[in-house]
Design a protein around this ligand. Structure first.
Ligand code: SAH
Length: 353
């Protein structure tokens, strides 16, 4: 009979030590278990040949090496792959494998929550019922599972799947630490990006803690009078406070910040918007823009044409004098591009121009 079941996945080495020492094990076993899970990718205790047999038997009785279950897997012609995971019936999350260009850059976009509370008007995830935060192991198992099925390793991880990472701060940061850890995934901190729709207290917490990870803010509307029309989060944390927090980030951490910007014709692509973005870029100083063409069609909105995108990108580059990158939409055909996670669950909203 199993008793006091402990899941060693998603725990940092000191937390594993706290579990092992009362079992009469030396502390260094914690590092071996940590490495076994995340470096060697062992899935059952029998595979942990770096541990004595007696300990493996003990661990079988005291722990559970849980795994996520893949419920759907879609492969796009552009190489993007979307994975859905069923946490329990009706409770699903998604992750996307995004290889780029020459194959040098391979990104996994992961979820941090089941659904989202923020209800951004352009985002499919916002239409889902919020069903809770993911734990650290559930966040990391998306990476382990995608890498195992794809048969490759990611060079970059972005917390840009379902959910608001800063509403699940502790689990997200612990997952990022394990992604970064040399005995685990060993990805550079700058290759791990945490993105927020603008949860200002979370941004200050990130700065106070001097988190080393790459950071992005989904700005999406530089007009203080209309940002709340498309993003509810702005009612609570308004644009001026958001921009102040971005400026503080750059000033105190001395690093670039990225602004994500979903381009919606008729909503946020005019020359006035470009001027306002230029002012924000000046205030924040070290920043860059990642622009993304709208991938959904809620509220009668449509995707910008290539020429609209080009005009906007050129205008923004000229006005802001900072780098502007068009993220395009890998995985659009399989509902795996930005803002589309969850679309497949509601056939009515799968209509992309
Ligand atoms: N909640 C966090 C993490 C999700 S990131 C955040 O908002 O940053 C998801 C990214 O996709 C955000 O930059 C968002 O602005 C963008 N996005 C959402 N819906 C989109 C859509 N329909 N088309 C294109 N990009 C979209």
């Amino acid at each position: 009979m199993k008793e006091e079941i402990f899941n060693p996945k998603g725990k940092l080495i000191p937390e594993l030590q706290e579990f092992l020492v009362p079992l009469g094990e030396p502390k260094f076993r914690a590092t071996q278990i940590f490495e076994g899970i995340y470096k060697h990718r062992y899935r059952t205790w029998d595979e942990f040949t770096n541990l004595p047999t007696a300990l493996r038997e003990k661990l079988k009785n005291h722990t559970d090496l849980e795994e996520l279950t893949v419920s759907h897997h879609l492969v796009s012609a552009d190489g993007t792959q979307k994975f859905s995971f069923a946490l329990s019936p009706g409770k699903e999350i998604e992750a996307v494998w995004i290889p780029r260009g020459d194959g040098e850059r391979k990104t996994i976009c992961i979820s941090s929550q089941v659904g989202c509370t923020l209800n951004c008007k352009f985002c499919a995830t916002g239409k889902l019922e919020f069903q809770g935060n993911l734990t650290t192991w559930q966040i990391l198992d998306q990476v382990l599972t995608v890498e195992r099925i794809v048969g490759d390793r990611a060079t970059n991880i972005v917390f840009m799947g379902m959910g608001e990472p800063l509403h699940n701060y502790f689990e997200v940061i612990r997952a990022a630490k394990i992604l970064n850890h040399e005995n685990a995934f060993h990805l550079g901190a700058k290759r791990i990006t945490i993105s927020t729709a603008g949860v200002v207290p979370g941004i200050h917490r990130f700065i106070d803690n001097k988190e080393p990870f790459n950071f992005a803010i989904s700005l999406n509307q530089p007009d203080p009078n209309t940002r709340s029309d498309i993003m509810d989060v702005n009612d609570k944390h308004d644009l001026s406070k958001l921009v102040d927090s971005a400026a503080r980030f750059v000033r105190e951490l001395d690093r670039f910040i990225t602004f994500e910007y979903v381009m919606i014709p008729g909503v946020n692509m005019s020359s006035d918007h470009i001027k306002l973005l230029g002012k924000i870029a000046k205030k924040v100083d070290k920043c860059k823009f990642n622009v993304i063409p709208l991938n959904t069609s809620f509220h009668g909105w449509s995707r910008p044409s290539d020429s609209e995108v080009e005009r906007f990108v050129q205008g923004l580059k000229k006005e802001s004098r900072v780098p502007v990158m068009n993220r395009r939409s890998p995985g659009k055909e399989i509902g795996g591009a930005c803002g589309m996670l969850a679309l497949s669950r509601d056939e009515e909203i799968v209509s992309i121009s």
